[in-house]
Design a protein around this ligand. Structure first.
Ligand SMILES: NC(=O)c1ccc[n+]([C@@H]2O[C@H](COP(=O)([O-])OP(=O)(O)OC[C@H]3O[C@@H](n4cnc5c(N)ncnc54)[C@H](OP(=O)(O)O)[C@@H]3O)[C@@H](O)[C@H]2O)c1
Length: 303
């Protein structure tokens, strides 16, 4: 019998290609969304409202694996106190709703729960090599990830295999960081950000969705994993590689950190924090990257 997977936040940057991959592999996909109208063809969509703690509990019927991607966009708007609360509560609330639904459904069939977290967990760490065992940071993103992972950890009390992916900067032409970096380059105004020395833990979107599939299909995978490529790049190297890929000049001095802090406030951490993560743990678990090197990833995305 085909296995059924429930994806939350499936209409987003990762959820769309992940849904396509799972359907192609023969899985039945259910989605949990704030809006039924966002349905892909071939999937069954169930509705929830995390702010009201409302969920259609039928969403877990016959489900083997839950993949949790839901949460308010982290870099979409300025981090006002209200926005910060929305970023955290959309994540912790989503997990609590799923946890309580599972707890209140005796005889449910869910065996695996895979959830996103982010490399923001580590805060700003300069050149330190960051494994899953490294200490968490102390800034807003780190506190958000801590609250997110603490909520997720409760799933293991239900006897369900839990995998948490600390996702890096997902490279996709359809959204996230890459189109924002490319916009100034296209009009000849590309420049590194801040010192340019900060490490960017990038990962190609195809490796992201393949890693979710790998975690689903391999029961030996459990616990926390960095979801980043084997070769993080500095912001300057990434900007240079993008300029080369797009055949655009890079002649401006880098944008000073202070200007970014004034323009973006606390949100500047999203581009100035340095995260030199290692992906050794998932590689040791047997996962093989299709795009381990930045140049190959960019030429695949933009050629
Ligand atoms: N993309 C990256 O570079 C990156 C890096 C690190 C971590 N992550 C994390 O990985 C997850 C998936 O990333 P993504 O890039 O695919 O995110 P995304 O494009 O922002 O999509 C997230 C989805 O979450 C749902 N959502 C948004 N606000 C919500 C709310 N208040 N309540 C419930 N659901 C809500 C939406 O789906 P519906 O409209 O269908 O409800 C949305 O499509 C996110 O949690 C993100 O923080 C992503």
């Amino acid at each position: 019998m085909n296995k059924t997977v429930l994806i939350t936040g499936a209409s987003g940057l990762i959820g769309r290609p992940l849904t396509e991959l799972l359907i192609k592999k023969g899985y039945i996909v259910h989605q949990l969304s704030r809006s039924i109208s966002k349905a892909n063809s071939g999937v069954k969509v169930f509705k929830w409202d995390v702010s009201r703690m409302e969920i259609d509990a039928n969403c877990i019927e016959g489900v083997d694996t839950i993949i949790n991607l839901a949460g308010e966009g982290i870099a979409d708007k300025a981090w006002t106190p209200k926005r910060k609360q929305e970023i955290i509560s959309s994540r912790t609330g989503a997990i609590k709703l799923l946890h309580d639904t599972l707890k209140n459904t005796p005889g449910h069939t869910v065996k695996t729960f895979i959830s996103s977290s982010a490399v923001g967990h580590y805060g700003d760490r300069k050149d330190e090599i960051l494994s899953e065992e490294s200490e968490p940071g102390t800034d807003f993103m780190a506190n958000t990830c801590l609250a997110w992972e603490r909520a997720t950890d409760k799933i293991t009390n239900l006897g369900i295999r839990l995998v948490t992916f600390r996702t890096g900067v997902v490279l996709s032409p359809y959204g996230g960081a890459l189109p924002k970096l490319i916009k100034p380059l296209k009009i000849g105004l590309g420049a590194a950000l801040g010192s340019g020395k900060q490490w960017v833990p990038w990962i190609h979107t195809e490796d992201v969705v393949n890693m979710f599939l790998y975690a689903m299909e391999n029961e030996g995978v459990h616990g926390v994993y960095n979801m980043t490529s084997p070769f993080p790049a500095t912001n300057l190297d990434l900007t240079r590689a993008l300029a080369r890929q797009l055949k655009k000049p890079l002649w401006l001095p880098s944008v000073p950190s202070i200007a970014l802090r004034i323009a973006l406030g606390e949100l500047s951490a999203a581009v100035l924090n340095s995260n030199r993560t290692t992906c050794d743990k998932i590689v040791e678990a047997g996962f093989k990257f299709k795009f381990p090197k930045l140049e190959c990833a960019l030429s695949d995305l933009y050629d």
